[in-house]
Ligand binder design. Sequence first.
Ligand SMILES: Nc1ncnc2c1ncn2[C@@H]1O[C@H](COP(=O)(O)OP(=O)(O)OP(=O)(O)O)[C@@H](O)[C@H]1O
Ligand SMILES: O=C(O)[C@H](O)COP(=O)(O)O
Length: 409
Amino acid sequence: MIEGLGIKTLDDVDVRGKTVGVRVDFNSPVDPQTKRLLDDTRIRAHAETTIRELVEKKAKVVVLSHQGRKGDPDFTSLREHAEVLSRLVPARVKFVDDIFGEKAVKEIKALSPGEVLVLENVRMWDGEAKNASPEEHAKTPLVQALAPLLEVYVVDAFSAAHRPHASLVGFAPVVKHFVAGRVMERELQALYRVRNNPERPCVYVIGGAKAEDTAEIISSVLGNNIADKVLTGGLAANLLLHSSGKKIGDVNVSVLKEKGFLDLEPELKKLLDKYGDRIVLPVDLAVEESGKRVEVGVDSVPNLPIKDIGSRTAEEYARIISEARTVVMNGPMGVFEDEKFSLGTKKVFEAMASSKAFTLIGGGHTIAAASKLGFADKLSHVSTGGGALIEYLIKGTLPVIEVLKKYSK
Ligand SMILES: Nc1ncnc2c1ncn2[C@@H]1O[C@H](COP(=O)(O)OP(=O)(O)OP(=O)(O)O)[C@@H](O)[C@H]1O
Ligand SMILES: O=C(O)[C@H](O)COP(=O)(O)O
Protein backbone atom coordinates (compact mmCIF):
# COMPACT_ATOMS: atom_id res chain seq x y z
CA MET A 1 0.00 0.00 0.00
CA ILE A 2 1.27 3.54 -0.77
CA GLU A 3 1.04 5.43 2.51
CA GLY A 4 -1.07 8.56 2.45
CA LEU A 5 -2.69 7.61 -0.87
CA GLY A 6 -4.36 4.27 -0.08
CA ILE A 7 -3.16 2.79 -3.38
CA LYS A 8 -2.49 -0.96 -3.53
CA THR A 9 0.80 -2.18 -4.98
CA LEU A 10 2.44 -5.46 -6.01
CA ASP A 11 2.80 -6.19 -2.28
CA ASP A 12 -0.97 -6.61 -2.13
CA VAL A 13 -1.48 -9.25 -4.83
CA ASP A 14 -0.14 -12.77 -5.51
CA VAL A 15 0.88 -12.82 -9.19
CA ARG A 16 2.45 -16.32 -9.24
CA GLY A 17 1.26 -18.21 -12.32
CA LYS A 18 -1.24 -15.42 -13.15
CA THR A 19 -1.50 -13.52 -16.46
CA VAL A 20 -0.57 -9.93 -15.58
CA GLY A 21 -1.04 -6.91 -17.81
CA VAL A 22 1.45 -4.11 -17.06
CA ARG A 23 1.08 -0.64 -18.54
CA VAL A 24 4.54 0.94 -18.66
CA ASP A 25 5.80 4.10 -20.35
CA PHE A 26 8.46 3.02 -22.84
CA ASN A 27 8.00 6.30 -24.75
CA SER A 28 11.59 7.23 -25.56
CA PRO A 29 13.57 9.64 -27.79
CA VAL A 30 13.78 8.29 -31.37
CA ASP A 31 16.15 9.39 -34.14
CA PRO A 32 13.81 11.09 -36.66
CA GLN A 33 15.83 9.73 -39.61
CA THR A 34 16.73 6.19 -38.60
CA LYS A 35 13.70 5.68 -36.32
CA ARG A 36 16.09 3.96 -33.90
CA LEU A 37 15.83 4.46 -30.11
CA LEU A 38 18.21 7.13 -28.77
CA ASP A 39 17.81 6.41 -25.06
CA ASP A 40 16.66 3.47 -22.92
CA THR A 41 16.20 5.23 -19.55
CA ARG A 42 12.48 4.58 -19.30
CA ILE A 43 12.68 0.99 -20.59
CA ARG A 44 15.42 0.34 -18.02
CA ALA A 45 13.39 1.95 -15.21
CA HIS A 46 10.49 -0.50 -15.72
CA ALA A 47 12.70 -3.49 -16.59
CA GLU A 48 14.86 -3.28 -13.48
CA THR A 49 11.91 -3.07 -11.12
CA THR A 50 8.35 -4.08 -11.98
CA ILE A 51 8.97 -6.36 -14.98
CA ARG A 52 11.90 -8.13 -13.32
CA GLU A 53 9.81 -8.68 -10.18
CA LEU A 54 6.89 -10.11 -12.18
CA VAL A 55 9.25 -12.47 -14.04
CA GLU A 56 10.92 -13.63 -10.83
CA LYS A 57 7.49 -14.26 -9.32
CA LYS A 58 6.67 -16.43 -12.37
CA ALA A 59 3.82 -14.31 -13.67
CA LYS A 60 2.82 -14.44 -17.35
CA VAL A 61 3.67 -10.82 -18.25
CA VAL A 62 1.84 -8.82 -20.95
CA VAL A 63 3.44 -5.39 -21.53
CA LEU A 64 1.46 -2.46 -22.94
CA SER A 65 2.91 0.95 -23.79
CA HIS A 66 2.71 3.81 -26.23
CA GLN A 67 5.51 5.37 -28.27
CA GLY A 68 5.07 8.90 -29.64
CA ARG A 69 1.88 10.30 -31.13
CA LYS A 70 0.25 9.38 -34.46
CA GLY A 71 1.74 11.56 -37.19
CA ASP A 72 4.87 12.49 -35.24
CA PRO A 73 8.35 11.32 -36.39
CA ASP A 74 8.79 9.33 -33.13
CA PHE A 75 5.57 7.34 -33.66
CA THR A 76 7.05 3.85 -34.12
CA SER A 77 6.51 0.17 -33.38
CA LEU A 78 7.54 -1.24 -29.99
CA ARG A 79 9.57 -4.00 -31.68
CA GLU A 80 12.93 -2.42 -30.79
CA HIS A 81 11.73 -1.61 -27.26
CA ALA A 82 11.02 -5.33 -26.83
CA GLU A 83 14.53 -6.18 -28.07
CA VAL A 84 16.03 -3.74 -25.55
CA LEU A 85 13.83 -5.21 -22.82
CA SER A 86 14.96 -8.75 -23.67
CA ARG A 87 18.53 -7.72 -22.81
CA LEU A 88 17.46 -6.30 -19.46
CA VAL A 89 15.36 -9.07 -17.90
CA PRO A 90 16.21 -12.75 -17.24
CA ALA A 91 13.30 -14.01 -19.32
CA ARG A 92 12.13 -14.93 -22.78
CA VAL A 93 10.66 -11.72 -24.23
CA LYS A 94 8.41 -11.96 -27.26
CA PHE A 95 6.91 -9.16 -29.38
CA VAL A 96 3.68 -9.37 -31.33
CA ASP A 97 2.73 -6.80 -33.98
CA ASP A 98 -0.83 -6.74 -32.74
CA ILE A 99 -2.58 -5.10 -29.77
CA PHE A 100 -5.80 -6.96 -29.03
CA GLY A 101 -6.61 -8.97 -32.17
CA GLU A 102 -6.44 -12.73 -32.70
CA LYS A 103 -2.63 -12.76 -32.93
CA ALA A 104 -2.24 -10.94 -29.62
CA VAL A 105 -4.84 -13.10 -27.84
CA LYS A 106 -3.19 -16.28 -29.14
CA GLU A 107 0.25 -15.15 -27.93
CA ILE A 108 -1.12 -14.15 -24.51
CA LYS A 109 -2.76 -17.56 -24.09
CA ALA A 110 0.50 -19.27 -25.09
CA LEU A 111 2.58 -17.53 -22.38
CA SER A 112 4.34 -19.69 -19.80
CA PRO A 113 5.04 -18.48 -16.24
CA GLY A 114 8.09 -16.18 -16.22
CA GLU A 115 7.72 -15.21 -19.88
CA VAL A 116 7.09 -11.70 -21.25
CA LEU A 117 5.03 -10.59 -24.26
CA VAL A 118 5.24 -6.99 -25.52
CA LEU A 119 2.17 -5.87 -27.47
CA GLU A 120 2.38 -3.36 -30.32
CA ASN A 121 2.27 0.42 -29.66
CA VAL A 122 -1.17 0.87 -28.12
CA ARG A 123 -1.60 4.26 -29.84
CA MET A 124 -1.71 2.46 -33.19
CA TRP A 125 -5.32 1.82 -32.15
CA ASP A 126 -7.25 5.09 -32.48
CA GLY A 127 -9.37 4.39 -29.40
CA GLU A 128 -6.42 4.70 -27.03
CA ALA A 129 -5.54 8.38 -26.86
CA LYS A 130 -8.89 9.73 -25.80
CA ASN A 131 -9.48 11.38 -22.41
CA ALA A 132 -12.41 9.49 -20.89
CA SER A 133 -13.60 7.82 -17.68
CA PRO A 134 -12.58 4.27 -16.71
CA GLU A 135 -16.19 3.18 -17.27
CA GLU A 136 -16.24 4.56 -20.83
CA HIS A 137 -12.86 3.05 -21.70
CA ALA A 138 -13.93 -0.28 -20.14
CA LYS A 139 -16.44 -0.69 -22.99
CA THR A 140 -13.83 -0.33 -25.74
CA PRO A 141 -12.60 -3.25 -27.91
CA LEU A 142 -9.14 -3.08 -26.27
CA VAL A 143 -10.45 -3.67 -22.76
CA GLN A 144 -13.25 -6.02 -23.82
CA ALA A 145 -10.74 -8.25 -25.66
CA LEU A 146 -7.93 -8.29 -23.11
CA ALA A 147 -9.59 -7.95 -19.68
CA PRO A 148 -10.92 -11.56 -19.67
CA LEU A 149 -7.31 -12.75 -20.14
CA LEU A 150 -5.74 -10.61 -17.41
CA GLU A 151 -6.16 -11.57 -13.74
CA VAL A 152 -4.07 -8.59 -12.62
CA TYR A 153 -3.47 -5.17 -14.21
CA VAL A 154 -0.45 -3.14 -13.07
CA VAL A 155 -0.22 0.59 -13.85
CA ASP A 156 3.45 1.57 -13.79
CA ALA A 157 3.49 4.49 -16.27
CA PHE A 158 3.86 7.51 -13.96
CA SER A 159 5.16 9.63 -16.86
CA ALA A 160 1.86 9.05 -18.70
CA ALA A 161 -0.34 9.36 -15.59
CA HIS A 162 -1.67 12.72 -16.75
CA ARG A 163 -3.41 10.89 -19.60
CA PRO A 164 -6.77 9.21 -18.73
CA HIS A 165 -6.41 6.98 -21.81
CA ALA A 166 -7.87 3.50 -22.40
CA SER A 167 -4.79 1.41 -21.49
CA LEU A 168 -4.16 3.53 -18.39
CA VAL A 169 -7.63 3.64 -16.79
CA GLY A 170 -9.94 1.36 -18.81
CA PHE A 171 -9.07 -1.91 -17.05
CA ALA A 172 -9.73 -0.51 -13.55
CA PRO A 173 -13.47 -1.36 -13.32
CA VAL A 174 -13.25 -4.82 -14.91
CA VAL A 175 -10.12 -6.66 -13.69
CA LYS A 176 -9.94 -8.48 -10.38
CA HIS A 177 -6.71 -6.79 -9.26
CA PHE A 178 -5.68 -3.24 -10.31
CA VAL A 179 -2.47 -2.03 -8.62
CA ALA A 180 0.44 0.39 -8.94
CA GLY A 181 3.79 -0.86 -10.23
CA ARG A 182 7.14 -0.15 -8.58
CA VAL A 183 8.04 2.85 -10.80
CA MET A 184 4.64 4.41 -10.04
CA GLU A 185 5.04 3.58 -6.35
CA ARG A 186 8.48 5.18 -6.05
CA GLU A 187 7.42 8.29 -8.00
CA LEU A 188 4.33 8.80 -5.84
CA GLN A 189 6.24 8.27 -2.58
CA ALA A 190 8.85 10.83 -3.66
CA LEU A 191 6.35 13.34 -5.04
CA TYR A 192 4.10 13.06 -2.00
CA ARG A 193 7.16 14.07 0.06
CA VAL A 194 7.96 17.14 -2.05
CA ARG A 195 4.52 18.36 -3.15
CA ASN A 196 1.91 17.23 -0.65
CA ASN A 197 3.80 17.18 2.62
CA PRO A 198 7.34 18.61 2.31
CA GLU A 199 9.82 18.96 5.14
CA ARG A 200 10.77 22.65 5.49
CA PRO A 201 12.43 24.81 4.35
CA CYS A 202 11.10 23.66 0.97
CA VAL A 203 12.75 25.18 -2.11
CA TYR A 204 11.71 24.82 -5.76
CA VAL A 205 14.24 25.63 -8.50
CA ILE A 206 12.52 26.46 -11.79
CA GLY A 207 14.53 27.04 -14.97
CA GLY A 208 14.69 25.78 -18.52
CA ALA A 209 12.94 26.97 -21.64
CA LYS A 210 9.27 26.10 -20.97
CA ALA A 211 8.32 29.36 -19.25
CA GLU A 212 4.66 28.63 -19.97
CA ASP A 213 4.70 26.21 -17.02
CA THR A 214 6.57 28.63 -14.74
CA ALA A 215 3.62 30.81 -13.79
CA GLU A 216 1.41 27.80 -12.99
CA ILE A 217 4.07 26.05 -10.91
CA ILE A 218 5.02 29.19 -8.97
CA SER A 219 1.38 30.12 -8.37
CA SER A 220 0.59 26.61 -7.16
CA VAL A 221 3.57 25.88 -4.91
CA LEU A 222 3.50 29.35 -3.31
CA GLY A 223 -0.30 29.71 -3.30
CA ASN A 224 -0.69 26.32 -1.61
CA ASN A 225 2.16 27.17 0.76
CA ILE A 226 4.17 24.17 -0.47
CA ALA A 227 7.41 26.00 -1.27
CA ASP A 228 9.01 28.60 0.99
CA LYS A 229 11.07 29.96 -1.91
CA VAL A 230 11.21 29.54 -5.70
CA LEU A 231 14.66 30.09 -7.23
CA THR A 232 14.60 30.95 -10.93
CA GLY A 233 16.90 30.47 -13.88
CA GLY A 234 16.79 29.85 -17.61
CA LEU A 235 14.26 31.60 -19.80
CA ALA A 236 11.87 31.57 -16.85
CA ALA A 237 14.18 33.98 -15.01
CA ASN A 238 14.57 36.20 -18.08
CA LEU A 239 10.78 36.42 -18.35
CA LEU A 240 10.36 37.21 -14.64
CA LEU A 241 13.11 39.85 -14.77
CA HIS A 242 11.44 41.49 -17.76
CA SER A 243 8.05 41.29 -16.01
CA SER A 244 9.57 43.09 -13.02
CA GLY A 245 10.68 45.96 -15.26
CA LYS A 246 14.34 45.07 -15.77
CA LYS A 247 15.94 45.83 -19.14
CA ILE A 248 17.30 42.50 -20.41
CA GLY A 249 18.35 43.53 -23.91
CA ASP A 250 16.23 43.48 -27.07
CA VAL A 251 17.75 40.20 -28.27
CA ASN A 252 16.48 38.47 -25.12
CA VAL A 253 13.06 40.15 -25.26
CA SER A 254 12.72 38.94 -28.86
CA VAL A 255 13.31 35.33 -27.76
CA LEU A 256 10.53 35.65 -25.18
CA LYS A 257 8.26 37.28 -27.74
CA GLU A 258 8.89 34.59 -30.37
CA LYS A 259 7.91 31.94 -27.82
CA GLY A 260 4.74 33.79 -26.90
CA PHE A 261 5.90 34.21 -23.30
CA LEU A 262 5.28 37.98 -23.09
CA ASP A 263 1.55 37.28 -22.77
CA LEU A 264 2.33 35.68 -19.40
CA GLU A 265 3.84 38.88 -17.99
CA PRO A 266 0.72 40.42 -16.41
CA GLU A 267 0.14 37.23 -14.40
CA LEU A 268 3.82 36.97 -13.47
CA LYS A 269 3.84 40.62 -12.35
CA LYS A 270 0.93 39.83 -10.02
CA LEU A 271 2.84 36.83 -8.63
CA LEU A 272 5.94 38.98 -8.06
CA ASP A 273 3.84 41.64 -6.30
CA LYS A 274 2.03 39.02 -4.22
CA TYR A 275 4.96 36.85 -3.17
CA GLY A 276 7.87 39.31 -3.26
CA ASP A 277 11.17 37.82 -2.19
CA ARG A 278 9.75 34.27 -2.02
CA ILE A 279 10.36 34.35 -5.78
CA VAL A 280 14.13 34.73 -6.06
CA LEU A 281 15.40 36.34 -9.28
CA PRO A 282 19.03 36.41 -10.48
CA VAL A 283 21.15 39.41 -9.39
CA ASP A 284 23.66 38.72 -12.15
CA LEU A 285 23.63 36.87 -15.46
CA ALA A 286 26.04 35.43 -18.00
CA VAL A 287 25.78 36.65 -21.60
CA GLU A 288 27.65 35.47 -24.67
CA GLU A 289 30.02 38.08 -26.17
CA SER A 290 32.25 37.04 -29.09
CA GLY A 291 31.86 33.40 -28.05
CA LYS A 292 32.87 34.08 -24.46
CA ARG A 293 31.05 34.02 -21.08
CA VAL A 294 30.69 37.55 -19.74
CA GLU A 295 28.96 38.17 -16.40
CA VAL A 296 26.81 41.28 -15.94
CA GLY A 297 24.56 42.73 -13.23
CA VAL A 298 20.80 42.61 -13.90
CA ASP A 299 20.75 46.42 -14.00
CA SER A 300 23.31 46.57 -16.80
CA VAL A 301 22.43 43.80 -19.25
CA PRO A 302 23.82 44.51 -22.73
CA ASN A 303 22.01 43.58 -25.91
CA LEU A 304 23.63 40.12 -25.92
CA PRO A 305 22.11 36.63 -25.46
CA ILE A 306 21.61 35.67 -21.80
CA LYS A 307 22.74 32.06 -21.43
CA ASP A 308 23.16 31.43 -17.70
CA ILE A 309 22.68 32.84 -14.26
CA GLY A 310 25.77 34.62 -12.93
CA SER A 311 28.25 33.44 -10.27
CA ARG A 312 26.84 35.64 -7.50
CA THR A 313 23.36 34.32 -8.15
CA ALA A 314 24.63 30.74 -8.24
CA GLU A 315 26.36 31.25 -4.88
CA GLU A 316 23.17 32.69 -3.35
CA TYR A 317 21.08 29.81 -4.73
CA ALA A 318 23.61 27.34 -3.30
CA ARG A 319 23.37 29.03 0.11
CA ILE A 320 19.57 28.85 0.14
CA ILE A 321 19.64 25.21 -0.99
CA SER A 322 22.19 24.34 1.71
CA GLU A 323 19.65 25.41 4.37
CA ALA A 324 16.72 23.53 2.80
CA ARG A 325 15.22 20.16 3.80
CA THR A 326 13.34 19.67 0.51
CA VAL A 327 14.57 20.75 -2.94
CA VAL A 328 12.76 20.23 -6.27
CA MET A 329 14.37 21.22 -9.58
CA ASN A 330 12.77 21.35 -13.01
CA GLY A 331 14.65 23.08 -15.83
CA PRO A 332 18.37 23.90 -16.09
CA MET A 333 19.70 27.32 -14.97
CA GLY A 334 21.39 27.91 -18.32
CA VAL A 335 22.40 26.52 -21.70
CA PHE A 336 24.26 23.69 -19.93
CA GLU A 337 24.94 21.99 -23.24
CA ASP A 338 27.68 24.62 -23.71
CA GLU A 339 30.29 24.14 -20.97
CA LYS A 340 30.78 27.95 -20.67
CA PHE A 341 27.15 28.27 -19.58
CA SER A 342 26.85 25.21 -17.33
CA LEU A 343 28.11 27.00 -14.19
CA GLY A 344 24.67 27.87 -12.77
CA THR A 345 23.23 24.40 -13.33
CA LYS A 346 26.36 22.77 -11.92
CA LYS A 347 26.36 24.96 -8.78
CA VAL A 348 22.72 24.11 -8.08
CA PHE A 349 23.36 20.38 -8.53
CA GLU A 350 26.43 20.60 -6.29
CA ALA A 351 24.43 22.30 -3.56
CA MET A 352 21.61 19.74 -3.88
CA ALA A 353 24.07 16.82 -3.81
CA SER A 354 25.84 18.09 -0.69
CA SER A 355 22.71 19.23 1.14
CA LYS A 356 20.86 17.35 3.89
CA ALA A 357 17.64 17.82 1.93
CA PHE A 358 15.41 15.34 0.11
CA THR A 359 16.21 16.32 -3.47
CA LEU A 360 14.11 15.59 -6.59
CA ILE A 361 14.72 16.54 -10.20
CA GLY A 362 12.55 16.03 -13.29
CA GLY A 363 12.35 16.89 -16.94
CA GLY A 364 14.18 15.35 -19.86
CA HIS A 365 16.80 18.07 -20.23
CA THR A 366 17.22 18.44 -16.46
CA ILE A 367 17.95 14.71 -16.17
CA ALA A 368 20.29 14.92 -19.15
CA ALA A 369 22.13 17.80 -17.45
CA ALA A 370 22.42 15.85 -14.19
CA SER A 371 23.80 12.85 -16.06
CA LYS A 372 26.21 14.95 -18.14
CA LEU A 373 27.48 16.86 -15.11
CA GLY A 374 27.77 13.72 -12.96
CA PHE A 375 25.04 14.30 -10.38
CA ALA A 376 22.27 11.86 -11.39
CA ASP A 377 23.22 9.35 -8.66
CA LYS A 378 23.75 12.03 -6.02
CA LEU A 379 20.10 13.05 -5.70
CA SER A 380 17.28 11.50 -3.70
CA HIS A 381 14.96 10.94 -6.67
CA VAL A 382 15.16 11.40 -10.43
CA SER A 383 11.63 11.50 -11.81
CA THR A 384 10.75 9.78 -15.10
CA GLY A 385 7.97 12.32 -15.63
CA GLY A 386 8.03 15.15 -18.15
CA GLY A 387 4.62 16.73 -18.58
CA ALA A 388 3.25 14.44 -15.88
CA LEU A 389 5.72 15.82 -13.33
CA ILE A 390 4.86 19.42 -14.20
CA GLU A 391 1.13 18.72 -13.90
CA TYR A 392 1.67 16.92 -10.58
CA LEU A 393 3.67 19.86 -9.21
CA ILE A 394 0.86 22.18 -10.27
CA LYS A 395 -2.14 20.10 -9.20
CA GLY A 396 -0.78 17.77 -6.53
CA THR A 397 -2.35 14.76 -8.27
CA LEU A 398 -3.01 13.26 -11.73
CA PRO A 399 -6.02 11.58 -13.39
CA VAL A 400 -4.49 8.09 -13.28
CA ILE A 401 -3.55 8.53 -9.61
CA GLU A 402 -7.16 9.37 -8.80
CA VAL A 403 -8.27 6.20 -10.65
CA LEU A 404 -5.75 4.13 -8.69
CA LYS A 405 -7.04 5.65 -5.44
CA LYS A 406 -10.63 4.73 -6.38
CA TYR A 407 -10.12 1.31 -7.95
CA SER A 408 -6.92 -0.25 -6.69
CA LYS A 409 -7.80 -3.69 -5.28
N1 LIG B 1 18.96 31.31 -20.61
C1 LIG B 1 18.61 30.38 -21.52
N2 LIG B 1 18.39 30.72 -22.80
C2 LIG B 1 18.01 29.79 -23.71
N3 LIG B 1 17.82 28.47 -23.42
C3 LIG B 1 18.04 28.10 -22.15
C4 LIG B 1 18.44 29.01 -21.14
N4 LIG B 1 18.58 28.32 -19.98
C5 LIG B 1 18.27 27.04 -20.26
N5 LIG B 1 17.95 26.91 -21.56
C6 LIG B 1 17.58 25.67 -22.27
O1 LIG B 1 16.47 25.05 -21.66
C7 LIG B 1 16.45 23.71 -22.15
C8 LIG B 1 15.73 22.79 -21.21
O2 LIG B 1 14.53 23.41 -20.86
P1 LIG B 1 13.23 22.51 -20.57
O3 LIG B 1 12.24 23.38 -19.91
O4 LIG B 1 12.85 21.77 -21.81
O5 LIG B 1 13.85 21.48 -19.50
P2 LIG B 1 13.17 20.12 -19.03
O6 LIG B 1 11.79 20.38 -18.53
O7 LIG B 1 14.14 19.47 -18.11
O8 LIG B 1 13.14 19.28 -20.38
P3 LIG B 1 11.92 18.51 -21.09
O9 LIG B 1 11.08 19.61 -21.69
O10 LIG B 1 12.67 17.69 -22.09
O11 LIG B 1 11.18 17.70 -20.06
C9 LIG B 1 17.90 23.32 -22.33
O12 LIG B 1 18.06 22.77 -23.62
C10 LIG B 1 18.68 24.61 -22.18
O13 LIG B 1 19.65 24.81 -23.19
O1 LIG C 1 6.88 11.46 -22.64
C1 LIG C 1 5.83 11.79 -22.01
O2 LIG C 1 5.63 12.92 -21.52
C2 LIG C 1 4.77 10.72 -21.81
O3 LIG C 1 5.16 9.51 -22.43
C3 LIG C 1 3.41 11.19 -22.33
O4 LIG C 1 3.48 11.37 -23.73
P1 LIG C 1 2.28 12.22 -24.45
O5 LIG C 1 2.54 13.66 -24.04
O6 LIG C 1 2.45 11.94 -25.91
O7 LIG C 1 0.98 11.68 -23.88
